[in-house]
Design a protein around this ligand. Structure first.
Ligand SMILES: N[C@@H](CCC(=O)N[C@@H](CSS)C(=O)NCC(=O)O)C(=O)O
Ligand SMILES: [Fe+2]
Length: 286
């Protein structure tokens, strides 16, 4: 049974909103796309969804909003410092009200934009897991529910890539988008998974957390991550993922022998991301 703790934000009405957009879309086309709700089945969906790319780190940010709500509340998942102006410009163009800037984890490959967003839009709340030990306005825990308009994201624990990694999952129930969408950060990648040799990483935890969460989804639920453009499904990964389809011991052996070089930003990004991306970690803005 999931424990839901509703996060309250003073200016947010009981209904919430989300929206997303790709950088590749010329600004002139954005307004015309705004009216088309993201829908993947005959089930009516109010979710607008955009995937945004940051080319230096090759990472993705997701913008989600409840387009049917009068205030069009929105949130950004894994914003990058370098692309904040672009993201906020898009939020403005689409007539959205950004209420949350959320991280899946303390990233090693880019500096988060959550602090910069707060400095430009003081009403926005930064969000990260309590278990990450990072600073944010809202320190979420598994079972929490992040409401935006009539839509919400569930908070699921998927630790193992780093300490306190979270997967955010679109809500279940009437008027929630179907199939469900999971924002997995770097926990589950397409035919891969996050490495486990960073802060708080554990191949045992990653294996267990991804498998236990996967069992709670239908096979056609979507999985979006921070480092790959395409979407995959939970069912596809449970069948074809070359790491996670192995038994746990084989998985641990694979993960112990990846021999990957470290991301070039790691020594800057990890300390800054403990405080919303600020180099001055005593900043009051986080
Ligand atoms: N040398 C690469 C390193 C890329 C890398 O470490 N990617 C991370 C996700 S970003 S924290 C990862 O977990 N990769 C898993 C994998 O199997 O590749 C670089 O410099 O970018
Ligand atoms: Fe990562």
């Amino acid at each position: 049974m999931l424990r839901f703790r509703l996060l309250s934000v003073p200016f947010l009405s009981p209904k919430a909103q989300i929206t997303c957009s790709s950088l590749a879309i010329p600004r002139s086309r954005l307004r015309s796309q705004m009216g088309s709700a993201y829908t993947t089945s005959s089930h009516p969906s109010k979710l607008l969804f955009r995937q945004l790319f940051e080319k230096e780190s090759s990472t993705y940010t997701y913008l989600l909003a409840d387009a049917s709500h009068p205030e069009k509340p929105a949130l950004l998942v894994d914003p990058v410092d370098k692309t904040i102006d672009r993201d906020l410009s898009l939020v403005k163009d689409l007539g959205l009200k950004l209420i949350y800037a959320i991280n899946t984890h303390v990233h090693a490959d880019h500096v988060t934009g959550t602090g910069l967003i707060k400095s430009k839009l003081p009403g926005v709340k930064s969000v990260i897991s309590k278990a990450s030990n990072a600073k944010a306005d809202l320190l979420i825990e598994p079972g929490d529910k992040i409401q935006f308009g009539d839509l919400f994201l569930e908070v699921r624990a998927t630790p193992g890539h780093t300490l306190g990694c979270i997967t955010y999952v679109t809500g279940d129930g009437p008027n929630q988008p179907q199939p469900r969408m999971a924002f997995t950060g770097d926990a589950l990648l397409i035919r891969g998974c996050g490495r486990t040799d960073f802060q708080g990483g554990s191949s045992e935890q990653l294996y267990k957390s991804v498998h236990s969460q996967a069992r709670t989804f239908t096979q056609n639920s979507f999985s979006y991550n921070t480092v790959e453009f395409q979407v995959t499904t939970v069912g596809e990964e449970m069948l074809y993922n070359p790491r996670l389809t192995k038994d746990e011991e084989t998985f641990k052996n694979i993960m112990a022998n990846l021999n990957l070089s470290y991301p070039k930003m790691i020594n800057v990004a990890v300390p800054a991301n403990m405080a919303c991306g600020f180099q001055d970690t005593s900043s009051k803005m986080c």
